[in-house]
Write a protein that binds this ligand. Structure first.
Ligand SMILES: [Zn+2]
Length: 480
């Protein structure tokens, strides 16, 4: 009898335990991340037949070869309630119509993905995906076969990342300042966002990172218009240094972490670049001002070195089981730049204008616990992001700046990533009070950014949309 009672009790106990385990599983969703990378290098037959036009520098160049691999790198964040995919491609930019096409091809609903963010590193040595860099001003530089290939690869990267999902946690940190000799602001006022926002993605079982997101605002301009080889510029050396270590003359200078390194550009407008910087290479004991692969390697390795240093000695916040939240806003922007309207009429750029003078664009806010990731559809100015907007005498408009306080002050995450050229490539987002197309000029000369901006009112409209989205996000989540 006693034995039977014991069996009944233990049976009851095991039911209780299993109910407990079940309810615990329910209460603690598993946070997972998947990462994948896929080459988006064009087929050599396209290059050999001079069918690839390199984007950027307003110069007409056909690609003559491949120096390093262009990548589509995808991360899928999954808290079992929401799943968001974030892809970064090595390209000058990608228009929103193409981003929407990629989302449709991914079949987000079927895969249970709530949203897909696609941003570009802004390398100026990759095939033109926008249209400005064709054989002549009347012809698009986009090779449709290559564009279609990039879209297929983004779909593949997403699916691979999904298949690679594993239990993970985050480590977050910010590098406050970068070596002064890397970056130049070519357009006054001189304001540079010198911080690098970092997110390590760590395997929960082994405590080893298998991915790292690095967010910093800068034009990859270590190569210039003379270069005709396909390359992601210093992004290649930076990511390679993190992944495999920093190597000079076959000698390992600093060990890498073996994790997939992803660089997402930030506030690069206004005009933040490596062009003209005199960068010292401590391992070669030489400085490079002239553009070229040596300078590209020096900048990439210096950035890799400070990130590896931060990984080794930095103060990292550990984030377990964060909740994913997501907001997006779509809206119309008026094309005030008549040159742009002409370009659309000629079919040079890869997007549809609405009523010949509007485009639909988007902003979004992805929050993963204390990490906030804001996406901006073009090249935002550091002045708008971290402060320092002026209305100098000589600028075309006299009024108080709308973009105050700066965007990062509006964000209330503990780690506020801001991703430029995300989900669209609308060009420079110039604050109206710095718009300076007509003489007299505030800083003695005109600058080129107005040529590739859609107009002086875009910046304030985007800023106000961001402000409202963040206010609504805070309101929705205030009671949670
Ligand atoms: Zn640019």
């Amino acid at each position: 009898m006693k034995k039977r009672f014991f069996i009944v009790c233990s049976g009851f106990l095991s039911i209780v335990i299993s109910i407990n385990c079940f309810s615990q599983q329910k209460l603690t969703p598993e946070f997972k991340i998947g990462i994948a990378k896929v080459s988006i290098n064009p087929d050599t037959s396209l290059i050999n037949n001079y069918k690839i036009w390199l984007a950027g520098f307003m110069k007409r160049r056909t690609a003559t070869g491949i120096h390093d691999t262009l990548w589509a790198k995808a991360m899928v964040f999954d808290d079992e309630q929401k799943r968001v995919c974030f892809i970064v491609i090595d390209a000058i930019g990608l228009m929103r119509d193409d981003v929407v096409d990629i989302r449709n091809r991914i079949d987000v609903a079927h895969l249970g993905i709530n949203h897909v963010i696609i941003s570009s590193t802004h390398t100026h040595s990759a095939p033109d995906l926008i249209g400005f860099s064709g054989p002549n001003p009347l012809k698009s530089g986009v090779n449709q076969e290559y564009l279609n290939f990039v879209k297929q690869k983004c779909v593949q990267a997403t699916k691979d990342a999904l298949n690679n999902e594993q239990s993970a946690y985050l480590k977050l940190s910010i590098i406050d300042t970068i070596p002064e000799d890397i970056v130049v602001d070519e357009r006054p006022p001189i304001i540079i966002d010198k911080s690098i926002y970092l997110m390590q993605i760590v395997d929960k079982k082994t405590n080893k990172p298998f991915g790292i997101l690095m967010n910093f605002g800068i034009h990859p301009h270590a190569l210039d218009a003379e270069n005709t080889l396909i390359t992601s510029d210093f992004c290649h050396y930076w990511r390679k240094g993190i992944e495999n270590g920093i190597v000079y003359n076959n000698k390992l200078i600093r060990e890498g972490i073996g994790a997939t390194a992803i660089f997402a550009n930030g506030a690069m407008g206004g005009h933040i670049t490596t062009h003209g910087s005199n960068t010292y290479d401590p391992w070669l004991d030489t400085s490079f001002t002239k553009s070229g692969f040596e300078k590209s390697m020096t900048i990439g390795n210096k950035l890799a070195d400070i990130v590896l240093q931060e990984i080794q000695e930095g103060n990292w916040a550990i984030v377990n089981n964060p909740e994913i939240r997501f907001q997006e806003r779509k809206f119309l922007l008026e094309i005030q730049n008549k040159r742009m309207i002409g370009i659309d009429t000629l079919g040079i750029i890869n997007r549809k204008f609405i009523d010949s003078k509007f485009i639909e664009t988007e902003i979004s806010l992805l929050t993963i616990g204390p990490a906030w990731i804001l996406t901006i559809p073009g090249e935002i100015y550091p002045e708008t992001l971290i402060g320092g907007i002026e209305n100098p005498d000589g600028a075309d408009f006299t009024e108080n700046p709308v973009e105050v306080p700066p965007i990062r002050h509006l964000m209330s995450g503990e780690y506020n990533f801001v991703i430029g050229l995300a989900n669209d490539a609308i060009g420079y987002i110039i604050p109206k009070t710095l718009w300076d197309k007509d003489a007299p000029y505030a800083f003695g000369k005109p600058f080129h950014e107005e040529e590739t901006s859609i107009g002086p009112d875009a910046s304030s409209k985007i800023y106000l949309k961001i402000k409202k989205m963040i206010e609504e996000y805070n309101y929705i989540n205030s009671g949670r």
